[in-house]
Design a protein around this ligand. Structure first.
Ligand code: SF4
Ligand code: SF4
Ligand code: FES
Length: 243
């Protein structure tokens, strides 16, 4: 039976290294299956987070051969004869082996001004195209792979300066909802750190839900911020109103 060679990071916040495992390949095998084989046959204490094994819970995010991916959607045979290196997401603090602490994301989520609907006593009439635009953003499974790949979060002062692409998607879903009444451009410019994003599109390229993160969320949000803060007419009006 053909075998895959997996080099899996083992360790914790104090350090670690890759450990090599040989796993028999079965048809349709994904990297998460190979990690389960390792747990069952070699190291039962290998830590890996997963739930659905169907690409829907966003739990099994890892870095496979240097690219952030869902372990349950990454086929072992896609790598041919290459070794498969499996590492934890490096934008987040390591807990153990492949499991990282992603709780900073939930703290950010709680800060974002929530949906503020127009009068809820009146039945809403909404055009299909308006809902379709928002539906794209609502496909997010919170895998945080986009947060992991974002160089602003990796190289600068992380999430404290820029909320990251996942939260630009979340804010876009609120801002573009036809019945939302809040304006979040000041929040995006100041707390959200939207200006740090330089539209490299790395996040968009690897989103497992194929959300057009930069094209449909970040760029339109940047345009809204530019309209509100750098349009000279609006700037003058804000000054007059003392805002
Ligand atoms: S936007 Fe895409 S990559 Fe980012 S958390 Fe959501 S599903 Fe994952
Ligand atoms: S496009 Fe912006 S949010 Fe996406 S990875 Fe690049 S800098 Fe980060
Ligand atoms: S286990 Fe749920 S997305 Fe991979």
């Amino acid at each position: 039976m053909p075998e895959a060679v997996l080099k899996v990071f083992r360790g914790d916040a104090s350090g670690g290294e890759e450990k090599t495992y040989r796993v028999p390949i079965v048809e349709g095998m994904v990297v998460l299956d190979a990690l389960h084989y390792i747990q069952a046959h070699y190291d039962g204490d290998l830590a890996v987070r997963w739930n659905c094994k169907a690409g829907k819970c966003g739990s099994c995010s890892t870095e496979i051969n240097g690219r952030p991916r869902l372990a349950c959607k990454t086929r072992v045979d896609a790598f041919g004869d290459q070794e498969i290196h499996v590492w934890p997401m490096r934008a987040f603090p390591l807990i153990k082996d492949l499991v990282t602490d992603v709780s900073a994301n939930y703290r950010i989520a709680r800060q974002i001004p929530a949906f503020a609907p127009a009068d809820t006593n009146v039945p809403w009439t909404i055009q299909n195209e308006d809902m379709e635009r928002v539906q794209e953003f609502r496909k997010c499974i919170e895998c945080f792979l986009c947060q992991d790949v974002c160089h602003v979060l990796r190289e600068h002062d992380g999430i404290s300066q820029y909320h990251g692409p996942r939260f630009m998607v979340k804010i876009a879903a609120l801002e573009m909802h036809p019945k939302d009444t809040l304006k979040r451009t000041a929040y995006l410019r100041e707390k959200g750190g939207l200006g740090f994003c330089n539209i490299t599109k790395c996040c968009q390229e690897l989103c497992p839900e194929h959300i057009h993160i930069t094209d449909n969320a970040i760029i339109p949000l940047k345009e809204r911020v530019a309209d509100d803060f750098y349009d000279p007419v609006r700037w003058a009006l804000r000054k007059i109103k003392g805002q």
